[in-house]
Design a protein around this ligand. Structure first.
Ligand SMILES: *Cc1c(COP(=O)(O)O)cnc(C)c1O
Length: 252
């Protein structure tokens, strides 16, 4: 490895140790087993060589938010011998489904019936193994920034979702999709909300969804800035970018 490669690997090793320690501390505070939390290293804007370093350091799951960037990066990493599980975490256009099902193991951002159907069609045509699907939830009920909306049966007094973004309908479409497995829910804390409020609501919605869909046990929540709160409220998948790959303020 080049000297620059060695230095980058050492930097990532340091960051990874800090992130793992923060996950350990958050789990300890919440009385949880860190073994039930998957670290998804969000490598968007960082090169395939960083994916290779992270995999060499023991990272098993990597996240990306744009297909145009993720598809070639996954191919380049694979050619270099790094084959992590790839999680697609960004807003997904229906015309990208065919590409994404080619390399992703999980999609965290399914938020409409039409997208679930398109993803199911693509997965049915192109995959032998199930694709894990998280339904992305809009916790403030505004789907314009992405997200399905939980109906009032889930959130008493909450907004009535339009049909295409109704969580119940989206979940049913995923469950019916060939080669799709409804794995759980995902959310980003809305701007201006306390993370604890956001992740409490997400945990309530996840529990309600699990009544009808017992496989939907996962909660994808928590980024570099709100990891602790997410772990306190049951996150099973934390999506960490900046704290792992870049220069970021300390984790909280
Ligand atoms: C970028 C991104 C992350 C990681 O965010 P950081 O603040 O860099 O840790 C997590 N989730 C999604 C959907 C993202 O786009």
């Amino acid at each position: 490895m080049s000297a620059a490669g060695e230095a980058r690997r050492a930097e990532l090793a340091d960051n990874l140790a800090r992130v793992r320690a923060a996950i350990g501390a958050g789990c300890a505070e919440a009385g949880r087993d860190p073994g039930e939390v998957t670290l998804v290293a969000v490598t968007k804007t960082y090169p395939a060589s960083d994916v290779c370093h992270l995999v060499a350091l023991g990272v098993t799951d990597v996240g990306e938010n744009r297909d145009q960037e993720a598809a070639p990066k996954a191919a380049e990493a694979a050619a270099a011998g790094a084959a992590p599980r790839w999680h697609f975490v960004g807003q997904l256009q229906r015309n990208k489904c065919a590409s994404v099902v080619g390399y992703a193991d999980a999609v965290h951002s399914v938020d409409s019936v039409r997208l679930a159907e398109a993803l199911g069609r693509a997965a049915g045509q192109r995959r032998d193994a199930d694709l894990d699907v998280f339904v992305q939830i809009s916790l403030d009920g505004d789907p314009t920034r992405g997200g399905a909306v939980a109906p009032p049966a889930y959130v008493p007094g909450g907004p009535v979702p339009e049909p295409d973004h109704d969580l119940e309908r989206v979940a049913a479409a995923v469950a019916a999709g060939p080669r799709l497995r409804l794995r759980g829910v995902m959310a980003v804390a809305p701007l201006g909300w306390q993370p604890a409020r956001a992740f409490t609501l997400l945990a309530d919605i996840a529990a309600r969804l699990r009544v009808g869909y017992p496989t939907a046990t996962a909660i994808s929540a928590g980024m570099s800035g709100d990891l602790r709160d997410a772990l306190a409220h049951g996150a099973t998948h934390v999506r960490i970018g900046g704290a792992l790959l870049g220069n970021r303020p300390p984790l909280r």
